[in-house]
Design a protein around this ligand. Structure first.
Ligand SMILES: NC(=O)c1ccc[n+]([C@@H]2O[C@H](COP(=O)([O-])OP(=O)(O)OC[C@H]3O[C@@H](n4cnc5c(N)ncnc54)[C@H](OP(=O)(O)O)[C@@H]3O)[C@@H](O)[C@H]2O)c1
Length: 277
C-alpha cells in the first residue's frame, strides 16, 4: 500500500544544517555533507579550539554559544555526548521555533531524549565507528532512523539524497542492534589490544594476525559464526587451555579470568564439559 504524506511532511526539505558539537561524528558528518553539497551553515560547540578547526575545514561559521545559533536552518544535528543530548535540546528550545527539526545520532538513547518542545525530532544512528582517522565507505554504512510523524518524509528524503542505506527501526530494536555491535566490534577490538600486547612481548607485529582474522570474519559471514568457531575451547583441548593460561600469567595475568570464562562459554555452547583450574 502506498504511504500517505501530509502537506506538512512533504514541505520539510533538509538543505541547511547546523552541527552541534565538534568531535568525531561532527567532523565526519561535516566533511561528508559539504562534499555532497549540503549546506552546513554553522558549527556550534563549547570547545573554541575544536569548533574553530572544524569550521575552517568546512569553510563555514562557528560559535561557542547557542545564543548565536542560526535560527533559519532546516535541521540541527546534535553530535554531542549521549548524556548531553537532553539538556542541549532543552537549551535550544529557548532559541529555536518549535517546528525546527532536531536530530540526535545515538544508538542507545530514545527519540524522547530530545525535548518535546520540538514537534519534529529524529534519530539518525550510523552503525559505524567514527574515529578521527577512520576511512569511511559511506554507502555501505547502515543508518538506523526513527522520527516523529511529521519528520519522517524529510529524514527519508535526506537519506535517499545521500544514497545512504537506511532502515527505519524503533528504539527497542535500535538498542538491541547497539548491544550486538558492542559485543561484535568493541569487544573484538579489545581482544586485539590484548593480542597486540602478547605479540609485542616477543617483538612480533600485530600484522601477523591479519590473514587469520580476515579469513575468520569472511567465514563467519559466509557460513555463519556457529559453523566457523575454531580453537582449543571448541576442540575442548584442556592441555592447550591450561598451557595458555600459564603463559598469560607471565604476560597479562589480568586477562586470565576472561580467557577462562570465554573458554568455558565456548565449551558449554558446543555441549562439552570441562573444569578449568
Ligand atoms: N564516534 C562514533 O563512532 C559514533 C558512532 C555512532 C554514533 N555516535 C554518536 O554521535 C554522538 C557524538 O559522538 P562523538 O563520537 O562525535 O563524540 P566526541 O568525539 O566525544 O565529541 C563529543 C562532542 O560533544 C561535546 N560535548 C560533550 N559534552 C557536552 C556538553 N555537556 N554540552 C555541550 N557539548 C558537549 C564535546 O565538546 P568538548 O570537546 O568540549 O568536550 C564534543 O564536541 C553521540 O551521540 C554518539 O553516540 C558516535
Amino acid at each position: 500500500m502506498p504511504s500517505v504524506h501530509t502537506t506538512e511532511e512533504s514541505s520539510m526539505d533538509i538543505q541547511k544544517i547546523v552541527l552541534l558539537g565538534s568531535g568525531n561524528l561532527a567532523n565526519h558528518f561535516g566533511k561528508y555533507f559539504i562534499k555532497n553539497k549540503i549546506n552546513v551553515t554553522q558549527v556550534i560547540s563549547r570547545n573554541k579550539h575544536t569548533v574553530t578547526a572544524l569550521s575552517r575545514k568546512l569553510k563555514t561559521l562557528c560559535d561557542t554559544s547557542i545564543e548565536m545559533i542560526d535560527r533559519k536552518a532546516d535541521a540541527y544535528f546534535l553530535c554531542v555526548n549521549d548524556d548531553s543530548i537532553k539538556q542541549l535540546s532543552v537549551d535550544l528550545s529557548g532559541f529555536l521555533s518549535s517546528d525546527k527539526l532536531l536530530i540526535h545520532c545515538s544508538g542507545s538513547r530514545s527519540l524522547e531524549e530530545i525535548d518535546d518542545y520540538f514537534e519534529n525530532r529524529a534519530v539518525i544512528w550510523p552503525l559505524q565507528s567514527f574515529g578521527i582517522l577512520s576511512k569511511l565507505d559511506w554507502i555501505r554504512i547502515p543508518f538506523f532512523v526513527e522520527s516523529s510523524h511529521g519528520a519522517t518524509n524529510a529524514i527519508e528524503e535526506f537519506c535517499k539524497k545521500l544514497k545512504w542505506k537506511y532502515y527505519p527501526v524503533d528504539y527497542v530494536r535500535r538498542k538491541r542492534i547497539h548491544l550486538a555491535a558492542v559485543i561484535a566490534n568493541n569487544f573484538t577490538n579489545f581482544n586485539l589490544i590484548v593480542a597486540d600486547k602478547i605479540l609485542h612481548s616477543i617483538d612480533i607485529p600485530l600484522e601477523v594476525l591479519k590473514p587469520i582474522l580476515n579469513e575468520g570474519i569472511e567465514n563467519a559471514f559466509l557460513n555463519g559464526p556457529e559453523q566457523s568457531q575454531t580453537g582449543p575451547a571448541k576442540r575442548s583441548d584442556q592441555k592447550v587451555i591450561q598451557f595458555q593460561l600459564k603463559e598469560l600469567s607471565g604476560i597479562m595475568p589480568e586477562f586470565k579470568e576472561i580467557y577462562k570464562l570465554y573458554s568455558q562459554k565456548i565449551q558449554d555452547h558446543y555441549n562439552r564439559n570441562s573444569n578449568l583450574g
